[in-house]
Design a protein around this ligand. Structure first.
Ligand SMILES: [Zn+2]
Length: 149
């Protein structure tokens, strides 16, 4: 897929040290357009609807907040711990800023675990960007599939 000027600029903002110290691309050497396109294809193959998945993750984040920083059980099948740090992070696509809120989710039936933030949820929902392979906040489609089951 072709890189638009907006995607090029977003990819520059994703480099380590621009918005976050580790950046958003991990060890991924693909360009942003290819990362987004290939992850969209994978999600489609796995039968994951981005809007629906984002809604569920947002609910887990909101319900997890009730733990006030401690892990709590949500809907009997998730262990969720939501932590907040001071300050805000800008979206690399330059369309908003987000609190530094992290949610660690453990899906009890499968043992699948993953970590997402308010910003990574926004990147997923709005930009269909799951982050590069090796990024600590990457939303791995296979793990997401387990979490949603
Ligand atoms: Zn954005």
């Amino acid at each position: 897929m072709k890189m638009s000027p907006e995607l090029k600029r977003a990819q520059e903002n994703m480099e380590p040290g621009v918005i976050t110290s580790s950046g958003f691309l991990g060890q991924d050497t693909r360009n942003l357009a290819d990362i987004i396109e290939q992850d969209e294809e994978t999600l489609q193959k796995l039968g994951i609807d981005i809007e629906e998945a984002a809604r569920i993750l947002r609910e887990l984040l909101e319900e997890g907040r009730r733990g006030l920083g401690e892990p709590i059980t949500v809907r009997e099948k998730y262990r969720v711990q939501v932590t907040e740090a001071r300050g805000f992070l800008a979206c690399p696509f330059e369309d908003g800023i987000f609190r530094k809120t992290n949610a660690e989710v453990l899906h009890l039936p499968s043992g699948a675990a993953f970590l997402f933030s308010e910003l990574s949820l926004h990147l997923f929902e709005k930009h269909h960007f799951l982050q590069g392979i090796g990024s600590p906040f990457r939303i791995d489609p296979q793990i997401l599939k387990k979490i949603l089951s």
